[in-house]
Design a protein around this ligand. Structure first.
Ligand code: PEP
Ligand code: MN
Length: 283
């Protein structure tokens, strides 16, 4: 039996539906966040992503807007009806982030931050756990066990690429991890093709491949104006690029026995498939 996890009031991941989570790498301003949120919601994403606390390699890079970013995410969630996934980096921020987020992301750099894993395990919201760039699949599953052991069984595993030797892509996206994880664990598995490739034009192929490989969903970076992004702009899809990808995924899913979770309108109600097709597939 596979684990089905409920996100927000009624979205299920780990069941029949393929769930797409999308939004900017970082929350940068209300204007940019709302533009991205509106676009991903219209295109059929079911969860809004966006980092308020950003783990940056350099301490001199933009670190995120922090609590202001969390408030903006809550506003974007109210506006679109989409639940939010956002990263928590510090065990002391878990309660604060959980007040604003439907899903708590533990990023790749913190996959083995054991105090953080324990802390997110002591609260009930689902946890999106990203594989570290040099972690084996077993290490990812053992990291998930830290969360499960504290009583939170709602862990979503995320493959986001491991460190390879070839600079043609930012990381080496390990799509074979999808069937391996599904064999070894009942937890839902999603794929992040944005960090996995680091290049926006490679993202759609890997997103389609993730669906076909059996993933339960995607985490995709989308920015209203990628060239202006303060973080990861080179790997962000534009709103149009994302809408095109969603249209492709919607066609690809049924022949392989999958279905894209229906889009919702801004009141949080699922749209009928008819209105959905009109709005999303028409150019
Ligand atoms: C992110 O999702 O923006 C992120 C920082 O991802 P990762 O932890 O996989 O690098
Ligand atoms: Mn990013």
């Amino acid at each position: 039996m596979r684990t089905t996890i409920t996100i927000g009031p009624d979205l299920q991941i780990g069941g029949d539906d393929f769930v797409v989570m999308a939004g900017p790498c970082a929350v940068e301003s209300g204007e940019l966040l709302f533009a991205a949120a509106d676009a991903v919601q219209r295109a059929g994403a079911r969860v809004l992503r966006g980092g308020a606390f950003k783990p940056r390699t350099s301490p001199r890079s933009f670190q995120g807007l922090g609590t202001e970013g969390l408030d903006l995410l809550t506003a974007a969630s109210r506006r679109t009806g989409l639940p939010v996934v956002t990263e928590v980096m510090d065990p002391r921020d878990v309660d604060l982030v959980a007040e604003h987020a439907a899903v708590l992301q533990v990023g790749s750099r913190n996959m083995q931050n054991f105090p953080l894993l324990r802390e997110v395990g002591r609260q009930p919201k689902p946890v999106l756990l990203k594989r570290a760039a040099a972690a084996t699949i077993d290490e990812l599953l053992l990291a998930a066990d830290y969360v499960l052991q504290e009583g939170n069984e709602n862990v979503i595993l995320c493959e986001r690429g491991v460190r390879g030797f070839d600079p043609s892509t930012r990381y080496l996206l390990d799509l074979a991890a999808v069937p391996v994880l599904r064999e070894r664990s009942p937890l839902p598995v999603i794929v992040d093709p944005s960090h996995g490739t680091g290049v926006a034009r490679y993202v759609p192929s890997m997103a389609r491949a993730a669906l076909v490989a059996g993933a339960d969903g995607l985490l995709v970076e989308v920015h209203a104006a990628p060239e202006q992004a303060r973080c990861d702009g080179q790997q962000a899809l534009t709103p149009t690029g994302f809408a095109d990808l969603m249209a492709e995924l919607r066609q690809l899913a049924p022949p392989i026995g999958r279905r894209l979770a229906l889009a919702i309108d801004s009141t949080g109600a699922a749209k009928s498939p008819d209105s959905y097709d009109d709005e999303v597939i028409a150019p």
